[in-house]
Design a protein around this ligand. Structure first.
Ligand code: SF4
Length: 455
């Protein structure tokens, strides 16, 4: 397997659109992530090919027999078959929705394919879809321990969310949230206690020691908050001890105590390619409201410290686009541009992921007038900034597709188009969120708060 860190290189085809056409020439639903990328939650034994499709379960028997089953599930193999035949796996609806907007929108299918070499992509296009495939990029979470309880997260990914439900009970009167994000503690997300042997963690380390550490070009650790997991240190120590050109990326909320940031800074000097991922999508008090536990001063201060004192090959800011963040998203883009000016165009690189679940937090629940106001504001921002060499083509495309999404897409998800139910849930959820967390949506968000008050 070729280990090529450069984007898919096809002579004469350099733009994202040209690369998309090259992929589509084989299959209009092909995506390299289905073969070479995975997110695996070891606490629950769940896997998915990227963060858009809902995760599915891997049985303990499967991983006991074959540790590669952590990624090569019958479900994914069937999706690979579909993708070789231009059929669209329904779980990848996020990408189909973006592509169906038209306007030559580039979905993540393309961005998740260009990561890999032409040789490997060509191999995946023609290989037996039942073959086990070695991962090249992997995101893993050891457990769901997290000190934050963000509004768009839920107990499956945060122990602080579990505490909220234990203390106050389920959120009530939600009509559209068929997946019950906020109605139970999601105990299936953490199948084993910290003192118990977790067969999924065992399988991961078996695979890691056998050959995973050779085939991966990037390992990304997520959570929960990975800096709170005891297994994280084992991996950090491995990277410090071994010479490798593999990227080691950590996805942290950066809301941890100073001594953990100190350790991160120190480790960054001893890991050859260390990259940091973090999340946010709005400014100051807006961010603190949306992401309960987040502290703007602490987050921005830790970023400054890490970029100044550490040795980081890239800072990635992942923006999860929910309705509320639109109120200060362009100011947040400005803040990121300022950081790029200070530290270079890769500090940060940002991605824009449009939230689909829970649907009532989607930007599409906003009334047309507000949605168009924000679309226009973002459009103006892009017009002013598109010529700035610090912006990557991918970042420009992400901002453009957000504008198009706000402009064109009418429902957050095909099975959730009952707008009155979404408005009911917007009101009911944030009312209870405010009571439980000591917050006030109407005081925090000027325009959306006024709309909320009239709902
Ligand atoms: S959702 Fe898109 S990027 Fe993710 S695996 Fe499916 S096609 Fe690829």
């Amino acid at each position: 397997m070729a280990r090529d860190r450069h984007p898919l290189r096809i002579p004469g085809r350099k733009t994202d659109l040209e690369i998309k056409r090259w992929i589509d020439n084989f299959s209009t639903s092909f995506c390299g992530a289905k073969w070479y990328n995975a997110t695996i939650w070891l606490g629950s034994g769940m896997t998915t090919s990227c963060h858009h499709p809902l995760p599915h379960h891997v049985t303990i028997n499967e991983v006991n027999e074959n540790y590669k089953a952590l990624h090569n599930t019958p479900h994914k193999k069937n999706e690979r078959r579909m993708m070789q035949n231009s059929e669209r796996p329904p779980g990848c609806e996020y990408c189909w929705k973006i592509e169906d907007i038209g306007r030559d929108n580039i979905s993540d299918r393309v961005y998740k394919t260009v990561i890999f070499s032409e040789e490997d992509i060509t191999h995946a296009m023609h290989a037996d879809y039942n073959d086990d495939v070695d991962l090249q990029t992997l995101e893993i979470a050891f457990d769901r321990t997290c000190q934050f309880a963000c509004s768009y997260c839920n107990p499956a990914f945060s122990t602080t969310w579990v505490t909220d439900l234990k203390k106050h009970g389920p959120y009530t009167d939600l009509q559209s949230d068929g997946r019950g994000h906020y109605t139970h503690e999601h105990n299936s997300a953490q199948l084993f206690k910290p003192t118990e042997v977790n067969p999924y963690v065992e399988a991961f380390f078996k695979w890691w020691e056998a050959d995973l550490h050779k085939t991966l070009i990037e390992l990304r650790l997520t959570g929960g908050e990975p800096l709170m997991s005891p297994h994280t240190k084992r991996l950090i120590d491995w990277f410090i001890e071994h010479k490798t050109d593999m990227v080691f990326a950590l996805n942290s909320n950066l809301g941890v105590e100073n001594k953990k940031i100190d350790l991160l800074i120190e480790a960054s000097h001893n890991i050859s390619d260390f990259q940091l991922y973090t999340s946010n999508e709005s400014m100051g008090l807006h961010a603190e409201y949306i992401r309960d536990g987040f502290n703007w001063e602490q987050w921005t201060g830790n970023i400054q410290r890490i970029l100044t004192e550490g040795s980081v090959n890239g800072l990635h800011v992942m923006c999860t686009i929910n309705a509320l963040c639109l109120e200060s998203i362009t100011e947040f883009f400005d803040w990121m541009m300022q950081l790029k000016k200070e530290f270079g165009r890769n500090y940060p690189v940002f991605t824009i992921n449009i939230l689909r679940f829970p649907s009532f937090q989607s930007p599409l629940v906003l009334p047309d007038e507000l949605r168009m106001h924000y679309a226009e504001k973002i459009d103006n921002w892009l017009e002013e900034n598109a010529g700035d060499h610090r912006l990557h083509e991918m970042e420009i495309n992400h901002v453009q597709r957000l504008i198009d999404y706000l402009d064109v897409v009418k429902t957050p998800h095909s099975d959730t188009f009952d707008m009155p139910a979404l408005h009911n849930d917007f009101k009911k959820f944030y009312t209870q969120y405010d009571q439980r967390r000591g917050k006030n949506i109407a005081d925090t968000f000027e325009r959306i708060g006024a709309w909320y008050s009239e709902l």
